[in-house]
Each structure stands twice: as C-alpha cells, then as structure tokens.
Design a protein around this ligand. Structure first.
Ligand code: 0HH
Length: 210
C-alpha cells in the first residue's frame, strides 16, 4: 500500500478532491495539519518548491502543486483514462475546473461581500461548459471522459459541491451536472468519506467564507 501524507492547512481548499479520490479508491492517507503559527515561522514555506501548500508525500517523494498531485494519484490509481487521448481530454477538463476554481478562490478571498452576487449571476455561463462536456460523453450518464472515473471528476465534483454551498440552486438549470454530482457523491466509499466528521467539520476555505 502507498504511504501517502497530505501536508496542508485545516481546510478543504485545494486538497478535498485528492482526499475524495483516495477515499473512493480505498487508499489510506495521513494528514499533517499546518497551523497559521507554524506557517508564519517560515521553515515550511522555504521548503515548499513554490513557497505554498499543499505538499504531498508518497513515501520518500515529496511534491507540491495540487493539480500535479491529482495527476500523480490519477496515474497511481487508474484514474487518468484508458489511453493517451482520454488522458488529454481529462487534462482539458481539469484545466477547465482549475479556471473556475481560481475565479471562485479570488471571489472568496478578495471580493466576497461585493462580488458574491455578481459571481453567482455569472455562474451559468461557466457551468454550461461542464453540462455540455457531460452531454457529449455517454449522454451525461457517466463521467466527464470515457467510461471510468478520473481525477478530473473528483476535482469537478468537489468544486460543484462547494458551489452548492455558495448558491444552493446553482445546478437547477443543469440536469446532467446535478445528477452527476449526486451519482458520484453516492459511490459507497466516497459517500462514507463525505459523511465523515473529518470531511463535514473541515472548513471549505481559510477565511470562514463559503
Ligand atoms: N498553484 C498552487 C496549488 O495548486 C496554489 C497553492 C496555494 O494557493 O497547489 N496555496 C495557498 C493555500 S491554498 C498557500 O500556501 C488556500 C487555503 C488557505 C487556507 C488558510 C491559509 C493560512 C495561511 C497562513 N498560501 C500561503 C502562502 O502563500 O504563504
């Protein structure tokens, strides 16, 4: 069994998708929770390749960058497509998820009070891309790419679940996305993780906004 450790702040943030992937794949991992005070001391920031967390340990190998970590897990657990074309499609979907995550994070951390309403108004124009991606793959009955789950699915479902907290009706105009989130979230091992106190009690973001 791999020896995985997430090194991160006590938030879902950029790590919940990797936790969802590991839980769903039946893989254990450890958490090294970094407090604000420890981070402020600066040693961990100096160690981090780009001066930021999350870090991820796979045995003796330590890496950074959340999307690279997701890809690493995708490769290790057969969640990166069945051939190079599927892998490239999965990369494309994941880059789209990252584009939306960056907009969400900027709103949450830099413009919540003044920007939340406009952000929610603009959401359909973002979500329609993912609805179309689903519609174009097995009529939206499965995953974003191919016929097996990928790291991009965990990333997308995590981000959509966060958006359902921000705006509970945001998927009402997107029947395929709505069913997709329910379907993926009810995979037995994933559902057990999503029902756990560890998941439920961990804040989505670091500033109390959600
Ligand atoms: N491209 C990187 C990735 O995908 C971006 C990483 C990043 O933004 O991995 N890291 C942030 C934390 S994620 C970071 O290291 C946002 C969660 C914030 C939770 C509370 C933070 C308390 C900080 C004291 N930020 C710290 C830094 O840049 O110094």
């Amino acid at each position: 069994m791999p020896e995985y450790t997430i090194v991160y702040f006590n938030v879902k943030g950029r790590c919940e998708a990797m936790r969802m992937l590991m839980a769903d794949q039946g893989v254990d991992w450890k958490e090294e929770v970094v407090t604000f005070d420890t981070w402020q001391q600066g040693d961990l920031k100096k160690e981090a390749v780009f001066g930021q967390l999350p870090g991820f340990k796979d045995g003796d190998f330590t890496m950074y960058q959340s999307n690279a970590i997701l890809r690493h897990l995708g490769r290790n657990h057969d969640a990166y497509g069945k051939n190079p074309i599927e892998a490239s499609r999965i990369d494309m979907v994941n880059d789209g998820v990252e584009d939306l995550r960056l907009k969400y994070v900027r709103m949450i951390y830099q413009n919540y009070e003044n920007g939340k309403d406009d952000y929610i108004k603009a959401l359909p124009a973002e979500l329609c891309h993912f609805e179309r991606i689903l519609a174009n793959n097995n009529e939206g009955k499965g995953f974003t790419v191919g016929d097996q789950i990928s790291f991009a699915d965990y990333n997308l479902v995590d981000l959509l679940r966060n958006h359902l907290v921000l705006a509970p009706d945001c998927l009402s105009g997107f029947p395929l996305l709505s069913a997709y989130v329910s379907r993926i979230s009810s995979r037995p091992k994933l559902e057990a993780f999503l029902s756990s106190d560890a998941h439920k009690n961990r804040p989505i973001n670091g500033n109390g906004k959600q």
